[in-house]
Design a binder for this molecule. Structure first.
Ligand SMILES: Cc1cc2nc3c(=O)[nH]c(=O)nc-3n(C[C@H](O)[C@H](O)[C@H](O)COP(=O)(O)O)c2cc1C
Ligand SMILES: [Mn+2]
Length: 478
């Protein structure tokens, strides 16, 4: 098996696995779908395919990523750590010793070569082509997610741009508020690559938006890769086959040939519109801010195109698993830069930018503080508001144990590092937007090297007695 090739194959797989429900009664994309979906997500329920959405001829797919099992199905992996290991394998490549290792490393090199996107001449994404006045976003079953949302928002797009100077492609997931039949806002936050492409033009920037991709390509749009790395390359690598791209009809860009729907168009310097409010993944509404206007010049589709959606809100929501996939897939890359990191966890309740728990192999005084600063200097992790550092033997995913360490090992006067730096665009807590306080909590063991008393040993039963009780357990009649 391999990850699904397109959205239809993915839906078929979900259905075979009992992971998808079809809803044939009419539902309203205005709020009603959110409430149905919210209850489904919170109870660990299936993906939902709404076949009869009021006001639209298109089917709407939601909650495709809503559980760990579905996320693993999407990657055709037993666990998200296994997907991370595929990345680690390539990143950790060493000069091979001996024939077997050489053959293995050739296979790895091939997997890298195969990950380059490939141009094809035609694609189902262009079975239907609408241009000019025929373009009408009102045809799509775009959701108004929450009561105070300003308008319907496209929530699961892969937005494609090209750096006007370097020529490199970028793909990102940025919500799009519908402003009219042929216009949306483009919610490029200030730290994101898409916005940098936009700022690098003095005039017009072509933009293409792909909707309804295979799940790995859709995930890749949300992945925080360095600016010069094409997210479709990551998708190709993780799929084990290249992303196939077709030329757009009205702009100078390429889009996945397997997309259900494509919006082609452009943004222009100085052409801004008020965006928001929007019920966001922080659990609060984000307010009104000016964002670039995306003008749609063409809308292309597969026949009977399926529209993909997602609702964010107070965590946990469906996007939790997109975030967890990133947490696992990027661990090997983080370890490349900061090798003393053993593992990390971004709690879903922390909306991914509020908290990181990191375990380290501690070797010297101040090592925990060094790692805090590394996190605050690393890609989008730099926006992390609080970092908790624990020793290598602590399971960072066991919040009870982490809380225990923070209580047991921390002298607040000595072990809290209060600093400041850039914060997430959406964080409403700091006094100023984008900038504010950060806290590091050193919950590692300290010792005389760090000027403290001798650290007491942790309580642990001997292996001998544990083995004895294992052997005798039945005898006790418990
Ligand atoms: C469902 C979902 C919605 C998102 N919405 C936005 C958004 O509106 N604006 C934004 O800047 N980032 C948003 N993100 C996060 C970006 O997709 C993510 O930071 C990605 O790395 C951006 O790509 P880039 O680094 O190439 O700019 C969203 C992520 C998800 C999973
Ligand atoms: Mn990027």
């Amino acid at each position: 098996m391999a990850p699904p090739r397109d959205l239809r194959a993915w839906i078929a797989l979900l259905e075979r696995e009992g992971e998808l429900k079809r809803i044939s009664v009419e539902v309203d994309p205005h709020l009603e779908i959110t409430e149905i979906n919210d209850r489904t997500v919170r109870s660990g329920g299936p993906a939902l395919l709404f076949e009869n959405v009021r006001g639209s001829e298109h089917t709407l797919l939601i909650n495709q990523f809503g559980t760990e099992r579905r996320m693993c199905l999407a990657f055709d992996a037993a666990s998200l750590d296994e997907v991370g290991a595929r990345m680690g394998d390539v990143l950790e490549m060493q000069p091979p010793q001996g024939l077997v290792a050489k053959v293995k490393s050739l296979a790895k090199l091939k997997s890298i070569a195969d990950s380059m996107p490939k141009s094809v001449r035609s694609g189902r994404a262009q079975e239907v082509v609408l241009t000019g006045d025929d373009v009408d976003l009102g045809r799509l079953p775009i959701q108004t997610c929450w009561p105070d949302d300003a308008a319907p928002f496209i929530t699961l797009p892969a937005v494609i741009t090209r750096d006007p100077r370097a020529g490199t492609r970028n793909v990102g997931m940025y919500r799009m508020q519908v402003l009219g039949r042929r216009d949306t806002a483009m919610h490029w936050q200030i730290h994101k690559d898409g916005r940098m492409d936009y700022l690098a033009t003095d005039g017009r920037l072509d933009v293409a938006v792909a909707l309804g991709l295979d799940p790995v390509s859709a995930y890749a749009a949300s992945a925080p890769l360095p600016k010069h790395v094409d997210e479709f390359m990551l998708a190709g690598f993780l799929k084990g086959e290249p992303v196939e791209l077709v030329r757009c009809k009205t702009v100078d860009l390429e889009v996945p040939a397997n997309a259900e729907i494509v919006l082609e168009g452009y943004v222009e310097q100085g052409d801004l519109a008020p965006e928001g409010p929007f019920g966001d993944h922080t659990g609060y509404y984000t307010g009104v801010e000016p964002f670039p206007v995306f003008h749609v010049t063409a809308m292309t589709m597969r026949k009977d195109a399926i529209y993909p959606s997602i609702v964010v809100g107070k965590p946990p929501q469906e996007d939790a698993w997109l975030g967890k996939a990133t947490e696992r897939i990027f661990l090997p890359a983080i370890k490349m830069s900061v090798p003393e990191i053993v593992d990390y966890d971004l709690p879903v309740a922390g909306a991914f930018h509020n908290c990181a728990i990191v375990s380290i192999r501690k070797r010297f005084p101040g090592h925990a503080q060094k790692v805090m600063h590394a996190i605050w200097g690393l890609g989008l992790l730099s926006l992390t508001k609080s970092v908790v550092v624990v020793d290598e033997w602590v399971d960072v995913h066991d919040y009870e144990d982490v809380f225990f360490r923070v209580g047991a090992n921390v002298d607040p006067k000595r072990d809290l590092l209060l600093t400041e730096g850039p914060l997430d665009h959406l964080d409403h807590a700091p006094t100023r937007q984008f900038y504010g306080g950060k806290i590091g909590i050193d919950a590692t063991h300290k010792g005389p090297q760090e000027g403290t008393r001798e650290w007491p040993p942790e309580i642990r039963m001997t292996d001998e007695i544990r083995g004895l009780v294992d052997r005798r357990w039945a005898e006790y009649g418990l």
